[in-house]
Ligand binder design. Sequence first.
Ligand code: SF4
Length: 357
Amino acid sequence: MTAVPSPIPPRGPATPPTPDAAPLLSVRGLTKTFPVRQGLLDRWRGQPRAAVQALTDVQLDVRRGETLGIVGESGCGKSTLARTLVRLMPADRGSVTYAGTDVLALQGPALRRYHRQVQMIFQDPYSSLNPRMTVGQVLREALTVHRLRPPHEIPARVTELLNLVGLPPEAAGRLPHEFSGGQRQRVGIARALALEPECLIADELVSALDVSVQAQVVNLLLELQTRLQLTVLFVAHDLRLVQHLSHRVAVMYLGRVVEIADTETLFSAPSHPYTQGLLAAAPGLDPTRRRAQPAIVGELPSPLRVPSGCAFRTRCPHAFARCETERPELRARTDGQQVACHLDTPPLPEETRTARP
Ligand code: SF4
């Protein structure tokens, strides 16, 4: 079975929401650690229990109607952030506010309503689809449980949802294993859309797909975001896809947000040394731009032993003494860009920026 070609041609992101648009989703000070299992010997010695620092004081806003890309190396905390936002895992501290509501305090019907409004799409939709249910049954179940359509309108809505994601009506009668990877992602998107969400959180949506199929699925998401006025959080490690899809981009390093900027600014004039290094190493980006940025040196530190001060200081070509002792806060510039780097803040009295710790 082949996907029905989309009636809307691929294009860049629609006009981004105005910078002062009220955020739909606000994250402040979000922190999450995963305690590590302790061996008997360590317990006997009274060693303190180690913990993986997955998120540290994450702060960002997602504006209504925008696509915010979240990028960073593997293990930087982007998937943990996505899962914490939809309450798949609890946060240690911090706040998440959705349209003024405290998400981390939601219970019962209010939490169910939030889960309908904010839908997550996973890298492997196969694992979340019942292999014995046809796609039509999956979509009908979503519509029935949430009472989104009267029974007599459900078959037409199922066809409409399949059409929305570029699948033919006969796909309703097939089982998940009868679809290719790209088609299964379309099914996953259709199931998310069945609940009429305001916000989609796509976690590595296409990273398991072939490059040619990736483009189709990403263009579908782009088209749906514009047509349905969705707010999208697009979590990915592929910078080309993030650049193609996002209005703004947040860059994460070792569980912290180090830079947020609109896509054009971030890719043409990155401010944080980590963002500069990430762009320098990215395959497929403009090679002249890549040469202009210094590449990142050294290994990613273990999240069990995050460096003091600025987490990036052990790999940063500009590190100086203050970077070792003081964590740079994410600060907004007048142009709306946010950067967490001491180079971006006034020097302390008598401070020199030439000495590497
Ligand atoms: Fe580099 Fe220091 Fe800026 Fe961190 S705070 S990115 S170590 S200059």
